[in-house]
Write a protein that binds this ligand. Structure first.
Ligand code: FE
Ligand code: FE
Ligand code: ZN
Length: 276
């Protein structure tokens, strides 16, 4: 079964987000773990979570995905920013313990001029402070397009981070089709080759989630501008090949395309129709 959904707001609660997902034919969704600009997390309502669990079971949802704040930079050159990032990461993971079957995805960070090596070192240091032997949450580093000083736009960097983390059993990656293409991974002409490379460097068993986006930008541009499915440089055919690839079967695919609910519904319809 194809597990597909999209990024949804949880402003009206996570149960309502799940109802919205259902209404557009989704069986997963992604949500910001807190206000994208960093503010306070909405308190979890246990009664709501019980309803969420029931709904997810009844409708055979795949894992849902919490996305960390964009402002969270574990690789910042400012101690205060790093401390804040660690604090919200810790808090996000704590809260996720109560949400059934949820993964946590975040952007590894930006080195802001300190260099990739230093940035990776800071991310590892932070993750080792936050992830202990009791961690039960699947934590995913998102592969990035490589804009600005972003870390994690190639598999080698993601591998280094994973290797540096002591309790890394639950640490994996999330690929984003737009980011991959912008970062120079040619998923249009050589999806097999890209997946082979991911397998060789990271290991496909650590690939747990996919962001399914078209791109407004050219191949290898290092730019990050998502486009509606079929309207961008990647195109529908290549994205259909992604959802149908035997090595990606069973993963949750989430759309992060510029859309409203109705637009997401149409995209999900098209992709379900193309699923073999
Ligand atoms: Fe992301
Ligand atoms: Fe993404
Ligand atoms: Zn992006």
């Amino acid at each position: 079964m194809l597990i597909i959904g999209c990024h949804l707001s949880i402003t009206n609660g996570i149960y309502n987000a799940a109802l919205n997902a259902l209404s557009i034919g989704a069986n997963t969704f992604q949500f910001f773990s807190r206000n994208p600009r960093g503010g306070k997390a909405r308190d979890l309502d246990m009664a709501e979570l019980k309803k969420l669990r029931q709904l997810m079971e009844e409708h055979e949802f795949g894992p849902i995905v919490a996305h960390g704040s964009y402002t969270m930079n574990l690789a910042s050159n400012k101690q205060q920013t790093r401390e804040f990032a660690k604090m919200i990461l810790k808090d996000d993971l704590e809260r996720l313990k109560h949400i059934p079957n949820a993964y946590y995805v975040f952007h590894p960070g930006s080195h802001v001029g300190q260099g990739i090596e230093k940035g990776i070192e800071l991310i590892i240091e932070a993750l080792n402070e936050v992830i202990d032997e009791n961690n039960n949450i699947t934590i995913l580093l998102e592969g990035m397009s490589g804009k600005g000083t972003e870390i994690g736009s190639n598999m080698e960097e993601l591998r280094k981070i994973i290797d540096g983390v002591k309790y890394n059993e639950k640490l994996g990656i999330c690929i984003d089709t737009c980011h991959l293409y912008s970062a120079g991974y040619d998923i249009v002409n050589d999806l097999d080759g890209v997946l082979k490379e991911i397998d060789e460097i990271i290991g496909l068993e650590r690939l747990k989630a996919v962001h399914l986006n078209d791109s407004k930008m050219d191949f290898n541009s290092s730019k990050d501008r998502h486009e509606v499915i079929g309207k961008g440089t990647i195109g529908l055919e290549a994205l259909v090949n992604v959802i149908n690839h035997p090595l990606l079967k069973g993963l949750p695919f989430n759309l992060e395309t510029p859309n409203d609910l109705e637009g997401y519904k149409k995209e999900i319809e098209i992709l379900r129709r193309e699923y073999r």
